[in-house]
Design a protein around this ligand. Structure first.
Ligand code: MLT
Ligand code: MN
Length: 313
């Protein structure tokens, strides 16, 4: 049996096109979707039982659309049913948590996150629309390998190794009084090694990462597959695109694809078999099917994920 990975959403926060954005990329996505394929906000689904059950990794605000777009995630038996067993959250930003609200009411689910991210859910009572009698929140610790279970504590067959990656506290929790990291700590952004317990096949999922440390390099070396933060092509891209956001990629907690310290360059020595960018921002020229940047990405052995992309491991 293979492990199935389904990309539900490949865009960064805001999606592609973004609702209030009329930059050349966003407007092209509206006018010429063949050249600039629209994308929903970042999330993947994983199945280790031939597509019968799925576990979500992040819950995008576009989850309702993603379920409608992917038959695999739709009800299969009885009057009320979902093949979605739960959600694992890798950071507290809107693009990764707001979709939980689509899963409201009385459906059994298990939600996994660090204590820091669970605190966001626990301190916003709106998330109680996921009826606590049916939905269990489970805390994960850093550097732990955990077997994911459904609400009734049955194994899903998916194991996850949790590790901290350089990143940033959720945008809406930034505290200027806490210095230049705005109160970020290790639990704000995590990377995951997602493992099929039976076959021991695995891949890495890092939709946000501000820097590849030596530790991270060693971890990712020779991995069969890595999904990696593809937010920006260049660190100052948001500034030069004049979209009104005066922030660099680093300020937002994201590495860039290009440049000497960019993701493409650093991965050159890591011998990763399949390299896939995810969480791609509306300003990134890699979103255009015919851009020079896309060609360069592909030439360097990277793929740019798209909604509905399916991989069997
Ligand atoms: C990010 O990844 O930087 C965030 O999704 C930004 C946001 O929430 O708008
Ligand atoms: Mn994001």
């Amino acid at each position: 049996m293979t492990m199935k990975v389904l990309v539900l959403g490949s865009a960064a926060g805001g999606g592609f096109p973004q609702w209030n954005c009329n930059c050349s990329n966003s407007s092209e996505a509206r006018k010429n979707p063949q050249r600039a394929k629209p994308r929903t906000q970042s999330s993947i689904a994983v199945s280790v039982d031939n597509g019968k059950n799925w576990f979500l990794f992040n819950a995008s605000p576009d989850l309702r659309q993603q379920i409608n777009d992917n038959v695999a995630l739709q009800p299969k038996t009885g009057i009320r049913h979902s093949p979605i067993l739960g959600v694992f959250i890798t950071n507290g930003d809107i693009d990764h948590i707001a979709g939980l609200l689509n899963l409201r009411e009385s459906h059994p689910l298990s939600i996994y996150a660090t204590k820091k991210v669970l605190n966001i859910l626990n301190s916003n009572t709106v998330f109680n629309v996921l009826n606590p009698d049916f939905v269990e929140r489970r805390e994960v610790s850093l550097n732990q390998t955990i077997l994911l279970k459904d609400k009734n504590k049955n194994s899903t067959g998916i194991e996850v190794e949790v590790f901290p990656v350089p990143g940033k506290i959720a945008l809406f929790l930034e505290d200027k009084n806490k210095g230049n990291n705005f109160g970020t700590d290790e639990e704000d952004t995590i990377g995951l090694k997602i493992i099929d317990k039976k076959t021991e096949k695995f891949f890495y999922y890092l939709p946000a990462c501000a820097e590849i440390t030596e530790d991270l390099k060693n971890r990712l070396k020779r991995a069969p597959m890595v999904f990696f933060d593809g937010t920006l092509w260049k660190n100052d891209e948001m500034l030069t695109a004049n979209v009104g956001v005066k922030k660099t990629g680093q300020r937002m907690g994201h590495m860039s694809m290009a440049g000497d310290n960019g993701t493409i360059e650093i991965f050159k020595n890591l011998d990763v078999k399949k390299k896939i960018f995810i969480h791609i921002n509306t300003t990134n020229p890699a979103l255009l099917e015919d851009s020079i940047e896309r060609k360069k990405i592909n030439k360097e052995g990277w793929e740019v994920s798209y909604d509905g992309m399916e991989i069997n491991l």
